[in-house]
Design a protein. Structure first.
Length: 355
């Protein structure tokens, strides 16, 4: 339970500022978006500062960071991330750990579908400081099953960098700079492994087209990827209008021609990653039931506003990476019941906090 305000010493002030700075750096590196992931820094003794639940990194302030002091004790204006037990067990296992970060980076998330630990070549070993890239077993976000799997994997391997199946990555480090370096090194290693195992599709034009409602009825404003006014082709206009009419809750749509997503045009793309289930739904297909619509020539990412539509685009592209890797490693989509549960929890709780 929260215990109210407490005096903050200079050392804690410094750590608060550095934790906010690190969140902005990981955001600019493209390793997290909106409220996804969580980061912490060890305090004095067993306590640690951690990012709050459901708060956006762009607007998060130093004063909003809660302090965790035990299994269920914390203080601050906002609840700690629901993954704080994972941070606590990491600090307990590794006395030298000063920082813990959990990211949702694209290629590492795709590789998290691997059925066993991934061996690393000499270059990757040097970059990450370990011989293999371990994969922790799957558990629903914020659950004891997830945290137990992470703990067992850390105990088994002693690794600083691990993957969390169908979810993302977790890293512990002795400094904030080391944590950031390892996260970026992991994404490069993961991309190299991914491209080694899959033959990439030929690049498609990096076109992006956005519309948003203006006023009542069918009045729309159209802009290209540079934000310049534009006029789309008739088919794109018709698809946007169809979606708006069928989904009154949608305020913005982004047209996506991403090369990995294009592999699923005209078909369906099930949820392989947790954040896809949360933000898009069970699958993307030709219907407007989820927040991504697949046609024969494009994907349409939906949101209440442009920012939400952009989030849908990010997880759609990341889930497409994972789905293509699943063809190689034999991974299955998330179970329907689990995907539905995550979607409902996100809609009722985190999406409101994030906005």
């Amino acid at each position: 339970m929260p215990k109210g305000g407490q005096a903050v010493n200079c050392d804690e002030d410094t750590k608060r500022a550095k934790l906010v700075e690190l969140s902005h750096q990981l955001l600019s590196d493209g390793l997290v978006v909106r409220t996804w992931g969580n980061f912490s820094v060890r305090g004095s003794g067993d306590d640690f500062l951690i990012t709050p639940s459901g708060r956006r990194y762009e607007t998060m302030t130093e004063e909003e960071l809660p302090v965790c002091t035990g299994p269920k004790d914390w203080s601050g204006p906002y609840k700690p991330s629901s993954e704080y037990p994972m941070h606590a067990l990491t600090y307990r296992l590794f006395p030298q750990a000063r920082w813990v970060i959990h990211t949702h980076q694209p290629y590492a998330s795709a590789l998290s579908l691997a059925k066993k630990d991934l061996p690393l070549d000499e270059e990757a070993q040097a970059a990450l400081g370990q011989e293999v890239l371990p994969v922790a077993p799957y558990g629903l976000p914020s659950t004891k099953k997830l945290h137990r799997g992470v703990e067992e994997t850390l105990q088994r391997t002693g690794a600083q960098v691990i993957l969390m199946k169908a979810h993302g990555a977790m890293i512990w480090a002795e400094s904030a700079d080391q944590a950031r370096r390892l996260a970026n090194a992991l994404e490069k290693v993961a991309k190299d492994l991914y491209q080694r195992e899959l033959s990439c599709l030929p690049p498609l034009p990096a076109r992006s087209l956005t519309s948003r409602r203006e006023g009542e009825g069918d009045a729309l404003v159209w802009v290209d990827e540079q934000g310049r006014p534009t006029t789309p082709d008739a088919a794109t206009q018709a698809n946007h209008l169809r979606i708006y009419r069928q989904r009154p809750d949608v305020g913005a749509i982004i047209t996506c021609h991403h090369a990995q997503v294009a592999d699923f045009f005209g078909g369906k793309l099930p949820a392989y990653l947790d954040d896809f289930a949360q933000i898009i739904g069970l699958k993307a297909d030709g219907t407007t039931r989820g927040n991504a619509v697949l046609t024969n020539t494009a994907a349409y990412c939906l949101g209440a506003d442009l920012d939400a539509a952009h989030s849908a685009q990010i997880v759609l592209e990341k889930n497409a990476l994972a789905a293509r890797y699943a063809r190689v490693c034999g991974a299955k989509p998330l179970k329907k019941a689990e995907a539905l549960l995550m979607r409902e929890i996100y809609r009722r709780k985190y999406s409101k906090q994030a906005s």
